[in-house]
Every structure is written in C-alpha cells, then in structure tokens.
Design a protein around this ligand. Structure first.
Ligand code: SF4
Ligand code: SF4
Length: 287
C-alpha cells in the first residue's frame, strides 16, 4: 500500500480538482480529504456517509460559580484573557491550557472534552473515502488530519487496497506536516503566478525537510510561460522533477461547476496529459 498526497503552497491551485482525477484513475484506492479547514473533495466525490465520529480537539473549561470564591486568580493568570470579570470562560478565547483549573484554590473549575468537529467514513463511486469537518474557529487541525489519515490507512490495509490518495492541506503549517508525514510521494500542484512560485518553493522545502519525495505538476501552465520557465528553473535547482503540465481550459472550470472530476469531463488532449501524470506517479510508487 502506497500513500500519495497532493499538496500546494496555498489553496486555489487546482489541488482538489487534480486529486479527484487521481480518484478516477487509480483502480485500487481509498481517498482521504485532509484539507479539513476547507474540505471540498466531497463536492466532487458525492460520498454517502456510513460512519460519523466526533473529533475531540482539546479540553473545555467551566467555572462553577456556586463554588467560586471570586479571588480573581484565574483572571489574573489566564494569558489569553479568556475569563470575564464576572467569571465566565469564553470558549472562543480559551486555549485549553488548563492553568486556571490548576491554580484555583477551591477547585471551582471543571474540564470536559471539547468537540471541535466530526470525522467521516463514506462510500463513493470512486471508492471508500475518509474525510472530516472542523468546526468554525476551531484549531488543532493537524490532529484531525492525522485522524483522517489513520482511518484511510486502516481501510486500505483491511481491504488490501494499493493506494491511499490524500488531498493534502494547503500552506506549510502543522496540518500540512500531518498531511505529508510518512507518505511515499507528494505531488505539488502549482500555477505559474508569482505567489504560486513562492508558495511552491516553501512547500517543497517543507517536504524536503521531512524527507518526502516531491514531484511537481504545473496547472494552467500556458497562462504565463515566463513564470512557467521560472518554476522549471526553481525545480531544476532543487532537483525536483516536473511530471506534468496541464493547459488552461474552460472545460476544467465547467467540470468544477458541475462537480465532475475533470478527467471525466475534459476532451482528449487534456485527459491524456492527466493520464500520463498518473502513469508516472504509478512508476514512482511501484509496489
Ligand atoms: S484553560 Fe487556559 S486559556 Fe482557558 S481559561 Fe483557563 S487559563 Fe485561560
Ligand atoms: S481561581 Fe477559582 S475561586 Fe478564584 S476566581 Fe477563579 S474560579 Fe473563582
């Protein structure tokens, strides 16, 4: 079983659309959407949820005002200013550090699990699918990403599937690190824009730091050939191979609007390019 993650330095490069095409082309796979802050692979895969679990992202704290002697120590020591003058903890500001509970002289503060979202196991036309939804303003997305990946890996092992195909997290934060840790190949999708080049460099550096082999796919390569040449130069310097160049096409936008994987919608020249990329990925992850 091999794990392939599709990542980008930022959102909006076509990462998810490309992942959905791999979902079509790979025969024996489980899919995982690790972009838990803004999950959208499900819009294309149209899964049917078969299992839902709460995601406990941390601890919630509450002051029992019947016990509280209003000494004010908790307000004084909470560096996140999460406790109001009338001794109520605001869950938005509370970081769950637990200091207030430890220093309260009368044990007036209790803790409980903080439900920060849900994780799902689903079936889809393209195979089993592990995904999740982080609640608004909740953190700890790296922990949720790990949960999604573990669920996908478990399914792959149980069903003896060849691939775990992961729609990774954009950016370079802890959720991205959780997305790429231990994978067999990272496919970086980049668009030929100045910010795209910059973001690609950063994400390639993170992948290299964690000793993850990366390959690059340039999406909409023909919208700016000058920037495309710069991407090629950067990849050459970093020793990273470009395994495909997908041209701009209105059909791709149409496929997104219709929530159809682009490889199932676009005409042959582009479809052939995506298939060729998948064939290269297969070679690089040969069993
Ligand atoms: S748990 Fe930490 S952040 Fe939350 S209220 Fe207590 S001291 Fe403040
Ligand atoms: S530290 Fe405990 S007793 Fe003091 S104000 Fe806070 S909750 Fe009340």
């Amino acid at each position: 079983m091999k794990q392939i993650v599709v990542i980008s330095g930022k959102g909006g490069t076509g990462k998810t659309v490309f992942t959905a095409s791999l979902a079509v082309l790979a025969e024996s796979k489980v899919l995982a959407d690790c972009d838990v802050d803004a999950a959208d692979l499900h819009l294309i895969l149209k899964p049917v949820i078969v299992q839902t679990d709460n995601f406990v992202g941390g601890k919630a704290f509450e002051i029992n005002r019947d016990i509280c002697i209003k000494c004010g120590k908790c307000i004084q020591f909470c560096r996140f200013k999460a406790i109001s003058a009338d001794f109520i903890i605001d869950p938005i500001f509370c970081e769950g550090c637990g200091l207030c509970k430890r220093i309260c002289p009368v044990n007036a503060i209790s803790e409980s699990d903080r439900i920060c979202g849900q994780s799902y196991i689903s079936n889809s036309k393209y195979g089993p699918f592990a995904h999740a939804k982080l609640d608004i303003a909740e953190g700890n997305s790296g922990k949720l990403v790990s949960k999604v990946r573990q669920a996908a890996k478990k399914i792959a092992l149980q069903k003896k599937l060849d691939y775990v195909i992961i729609d990774g997290t954009p950016g370079i934060g802890c959720a991205l690190i959780a997305s790429i840790a231990g994978v067999d190949l990272a496919v970086v999708v980049v668009e030929p824009t100045i910010s795209g080049i910059h973001d690609m460099q950063r994400v390639l550096d993170v992948a290299a730091h964690f000793k993850v082999v990366s390959k690059v796919v340039i999406n909409k390569f023909d919208i700016n050939l000058e920037n495309c040449a710069e991407i090629e130069e950067v990849c050459k310097i970093k020793g990273v191979e470009i395994i495909g160049r997908i041209p701009f096409s209105r059909q791709v936008s149409e496929s997104i609007v219709k929530c159809i994987p682009m490889v199932e919608y676009v005409d042959m020249p582009i479809r052939e390019k995506i298939i060729a990329i998948w064939e290269k990925i297969k070679i690089y992850t040969q069993m």
